[in-house]
Design a protein around this ligand. Sequence first.
Ligand code: R5P
Length: 296
Amino acid sequence: MKIFSGTSNRPLAEKIAINLGLKLSDIEVFIFPDGEKRIRILDKVTGEDCVVVQSTSNPTDENYMELFFIVDGLKRSGAKSITAIVPYFGYQRQDHVFREGEAVSANVIAKILDALKVDKLIIVEPHSRKTKDAFTIPVLYLSALSLFVKTIKEVGGSGTLVSPDMGGIVRIKQLSESLENMPYAVIEKNRDLSTGRVSGSHIEGSINKNVFIVDDMISSGGTIEMAAKLLYKNGAENIYVFATHPVFSGNAPKVLQESLVKKIYVTDTIFVPKEKIFPKLGILSVAKMIAEQLKM
Ligand code: R5P
């Protein structure tokens, strides 16, 4: 097996390779003065099972193009099979038409990966279980929930799991089952589609003084900020957050650091640069889990 990495999350790709006892294979990413990229596969891959690791986080479009070009380069160089590991699958939230006239971006990406004849796609914690429906190629979901179970037990174990929106209900139920039926509650969240601002005033279910908010991703931090305020108003004292993907757009790190939350755990599906690290942040790694999957 040969493992290649795009430029979006090389540290994760390196950790996956180490877990497999391998080294990353060589690739050249040349950037022309106008920003276009030329990808060249430098290792021999004829007849090899190849893996490409590329998170399609910001800059999403650039990272997708790199992924497409790497896949094409591998195909042309004679790879026997290509597994694309896209730990964070960009555009997944736009998986249907919310308002008349909108494009369904997730479906467009699926069509391209289908057309490139990727043999298998692995995504960590998809926004919706329906993400794979847009593809004809096999899509496998991995989940960071097992990492969260372990950390919740280490943090103290008892409390209430909270989903900050109705969309997270399946996730929270799964987690509850893995934590001996820990009670859970759900916040009724509303998002203004033109401004992106979130609001929430009602919690479905009762809460304990220890709460564990669980979400698939944190982008602006607005959802967590809103949820923490509402939970605090309703008696929560120790608020912890578990979110798989640290999208961290704009000034999210500042919003999160200044929020009522004690600690925020994310994973390394998206690389968090030094300037976005803040004291309340903890990063768990999905590398071992991905490597285990590749061994199967
Ligand atoms: C929304 O449905 C997602 O599950 C997240 O709650 C959302 O994307 C977080 O975004 P933000 O941090 O901007 O509120």
